[in-house]
Write a protein that binds this ligand. Sequence first.
Ligand code: C5P
Length: 328
Amino acid sequence: MASPRLKYVSLGVLVFQTTSLVLTMRYSRTLQAEGPRYLASSAVVVAEVLKILSCMLLVLKEHSYSMRALNSILRQEIIHKPIETLKLAIPSGIYTLQNNLLYVALSNLDAATYQVTYQLKILTTALFSVSMLGRRLGIYQWISLLILMTGVTLVQWPSESTVVPEKEALSAGSQFVGVAAVLVACCSSGFAGVYFEKILKESKQSVWVRNIQLGMFGFVFGLFGMLAYDGERVKESGMFQGYNTVTWTVVALQALGGLVIAAVIKYADNILKGFATSLSIILSTLISYFWLQDFDPTSVFFLGAVLVIVATFLYGYEGKPPPNPSRA
Ligand code: C5P
């Protein structure tokens, strides 16, 4: 069992990372862009490289900064165990597919429907945790997951002022494609997360080595994606076109996200990760209200926020041992 301190530290850092990422992305959208916009497909590749380099640094640190130890671990674990390494191609390939599906979803749905529907991944994650990891959830925990899903849905429910008129312009056909893409992404998110959790928890290998393996495939898939989508533009103006300080901050936060998610999956689990991201959605919305003033909280938002907080406490409730009658 991992230490409870690492569990809560990793969850806390995930809340911080998700909140900063959302806020930086929103901030970057409000900036006046000069010259070409950066290519999203290039940001994915750069984030994978940063992730691999940071994980290598962490493995180095685990081995008192010995380059020789790093070299031998990478050889032993990655080159000499091709089957083990190939296992990581599965979650990596699924994540790549998922990132593309979400892109399809966003192009066919309005952002609110997309975000609200994507919260179903809380339930798919729980179902995969039960079926693939044999985790048992008590009745309070199932109820709390339903409350969490309802809460996040309400938090993201569009208010009158935020409904965009283009929504009407979306045809029923494209709505269907969009919703289908999000539903498949909910399944892939649950499956890939739990599959990665199974690999991490079944082996003693460092989480950072596993993340290097995952990142290597992510890099290869991402590179193909970049060449397929934006090959022409990369040839014209290079893959770093449009990069500025904010872009680098987003890329660095995304890479940090990969590291933190891996730590959360290792020391806590995928279900708790869902709670951490839900809390950070509330936090970033509130900060965005006070700081960027681009959000007008409604009573539906507050009701949703209360439900998320109630769900968080309820989920932990059954984990505690029943009170000792002799001390009552
Ligand atoms: O929506 P969901 O929680 O499934 O998204 C997880 C995201 O985290 C994916 O975009 C995936 O690429 C990323 N990830 C990562 N490194 C990990 C695990 C997930 O970058 N070890």
